[in-house]
Design a protein around this ligand. Sequence first.
Ligand code: GDP
Ligand code: MN
Length: 400
Amino acid sequence: MRIHEYQARELLADAGIPVPAGAMVQTVDEAQARADALLEAGAGGVVIKAQVHAGGRGKAGFVKIVKSAREARDAAKFMLSHRLVSPQTPPEGLEVKRLLVAGAVQIAKEYYLAITVDRGRNTNTMIASAEGGVEIEAVAERNPDAIRKVPIDPLLGLQPYQARELAFGLGFKGKQVSQAVRVMMRLAALFVETDASLAEINPLIVTPPTAEHPDGQLLAIDAKFTFDDNALFRRKRIADLFDPAEENPAELRANTFGLSYVALDGNIGCLVNGAGLAMSTMDIVKLHGGEPANFLDVGGSATEEAVTEAFRIILGDDKVQGVLVNIFGGIMQCDKIARAITAAAKEVGFEVPLVVRLEGTNVAAARRILEEARAEIPTMVAASDLTDAAKKVTAAVGGR
Ligand code: GDP
Ligand code: MN
C-alpha cells in the first residue's frame, strides 16, 4: 500500500524527523487560505505540491514555489485542473485531487535517504546519496558509487556507529552530523514500526547557514512510503491512510472478491488459478507473440460468484480482444469455473474469442456443462494444453 506525501510527512514528523509545516487541501479557496496563514506566520514562501502516488512532480510543473496567496491560488487552480504526467505515471497521467500547501525552505544542498528491503542480502538496507533531488535514478545509472548502502541487522536494527559512518561518508559537517544520525536512526525505527517496504526521503535538505544555525538545518521536504499489505491488519493507523481514489478501480473490485488482479497493457485477458500458473501462462502467451491484458489469479478456493466477477472485470476492460482461461484444478473444481463461464456468458456475453483449457478435478463435469452451453458461447474454443491454448488465443486476437 502506498500513501500520499502529506501523510508521509505526518509520519516523519510524529517520529521526530524535522519537516516544514504544511497542510493538505482539496480546493483553490483552501489553498489560498492556507498559503495566507503560512505567510502571515512568517514563512518566506509557500510551496504548492500535487498529491498523487507518483514522483517526478517537480519536473512536470506540479511543485511550485510562490510568494503570495494569490499566486498560491493560481498554482492550485492549475494543478487541480490538469492531469499530471511524469515518467512515473501512466501515459494519460493522473488526476490531481489533493494538494499540499507547505512552508517553502531555502536549500543549500539536497541528499537522498531511504530504507528498503534488500532481497539479495535478506536484510533491510539504508540507501543514501549526497546527490539527492529529482534525478536519483540517473545518479544510480551514471555514478553508482555516489550511492551508499548500509545493511541493517534484522535483530539489532541500525546501529548508531553505522549511522555516524554514513553521515561522515555523505560529507555532513559539524552539527549536521548529529542531526543526520538522528534522522537515520528515527527513520530506521519508523520503517520497522510501520512494516514499511520502502521509506524514502528525497530530498533531505540542509538549509543555508544562519546566525542561529551556523551549520544549517536538516529537513525532510519530500517523502514516499510503501507498506507491506500483509501487515496492515496489525497497523491500523497505516491502514487508515488508504486512499481508494488513487487505486485502479478494477484492481480494487478484484480485491474485495479475494482475487489477485493486476492490470497490464496487452489485449489478452487471462483467468488462471494459482499465482505460479498465472505467471507461466503469461510467459507462454508472450512466447507465442501475445500480450496479456492482466494478471489474474482466482486462487484455489474462489467461489463461483468471485470467478464470475473475475470475468466481469476482464470483459469490462476495453483493451481485451480475447480471453484465455487456464485452469489446473487441484483444490479448484473445474465445474465451478465452467459454471462461472456460462454465468458470465449469459450476463455479459463473450463477444471476443474465448479459449478454454481445463484440466484436473471434475474436468469431465466441466466439459459437459460447457458442451451444453455451447450455443450461448459461440466464440468459445477448447484447447488441449497450455501451448495449444496460447497459440489459439494469440491467433484469435490477430497475433503471430
Ligand atoms: P518530486 O519531483 O515529485 O520528487 O517532488 P519534490 O517534493 O521532491 O520536489 C522536487 C524539487 O523541488 C525538490 O528536489 C527541490 O529541489 C524543489 N523543492 C521542493 N520543495 C521546495 C522548497 O520548499 N524550497 C525549495 N527551494 N525548493 C523546493
Ligand atoms: Mn522528491
